[in-house]
Ligand binder design. Structure first.
Ligand code: ARG
Length: 262
């Protein structure tokens, strides 16, 4: 995670971002600290990436890399405003004992876990707004896991992690908003993951899918009130978080969290 010390909305690269709306940085920091403290209280370890002035979106740490089986695929951002974040992430991994052999500088544009979701059987790869379709092949070759490309079609759901969330990566259990995907990709999801929890427009529109699950607790934007009962019915414990300031950048719980699958 990367604290939002320098968070701002000075440019607009997704429909949620309005540079004319002010951002309350102390409130953003307090909300982010709540999320961090919640992970710690649940017994998870949180590593901290130092934020850089001039990289206002760096708080969205999920975009900086993808780690699977201890191997790190670096990011390559679609917009120049965020491009420098990629090296900050790779430097962190190098400084924390990751060997060069297990680090890859990507050839094709990929925005990390913004567009890669890891289940037991596959890596799901979003494309259409940010990551290149070619990033899916690159990830498959690097991680040695089958990668399923999925086409995003609604600009509000510009990253896969705004439209789909892995609930249990040991059982291929996910939730998603079907209308965010092309017809073909919807059919693929239906075929691969027929038991998935399908989310309504109302819950998706408050970024309810931008959630993190440890297989039992699901930390999600608290406004996604329609998700609590179906999650409980499946044996999960939903935990609502208020990240309203970060929503002004187009992100919530998942965007602020890069998972280290070591
Ligand atoms: N403002 C950031 C962008 O548009 C938000 C990134 C959100 N991160 C995510 N994993 N969806 O790039």
């Amino acid at each position: 995670m990367c604290p939002p010390a320098h968070f701002k909305v000075t440019y607009s690269i997704n429909p949620w971002m309005d540079p004319t709306k002010p951002v309350d940085v102390p409130l953003a920091v307090a909300q982010w600290e709540d999320l961090r403290d919640r992970y710690l209280a649940l017994g998870h370890t949180v590593e901290i990436l130092t934020p850089s002035r001039g990289l206002p979106d760096m708080v969205f740490a999920a975009n900086g890399a993808t780690v699977v089986d201890g191997r790190v695929l670096g990011a390559k951002f679609a917009y120049p405003e965020r491009s420098e974040e990629a090296s900050a992430h790779l430097d962190w991994f190098r400084a924390h004992g990751y060997a060069d052999l297990d680090l890859r500088l990507p050839e094709h544009v990929n925005e990390g876990e913004g567009d890669f979701a890891v289940t037991a059987s596959w890596i799901l790869a979003g494309r259409g707004f940010r990551s290149s379709p070619l990033a899916a092949d690159e990830a498959q070759e690097f991680f040695g896991r089958p990668v399923i490309g999925l086409e995003l079609v609604d600009p509000r759901y510009y990253h896969l992690d705004t439209a789909l969330c892995v609930l249990d990566d040991a059982r291929d259990e996910i939730m998603y908003f079907p209308e965010a995907f092309s017809r073909g990709s919807r059919a693929v999801l239906e075929r691969l993951l027929p038991d998935a929890l399908k989310v309504t427009d109302e819950d998706a529109a408050v970024l309810g899918l931008n959630a993190v699950s440890d297989g039992r607790h699901v930390l999600l934007p608290q406004a996604a009130v329609g998700l609590y009962a179906p999650l409980r019915a499946r044996g999960f414990e939903p935990i609502g978080m208020d990240l309203s300031e970060l929503l002004k950048g187009g992100g919530s719980v998942k965007c602020c969290t890069q998972e280290l699958r070591v």
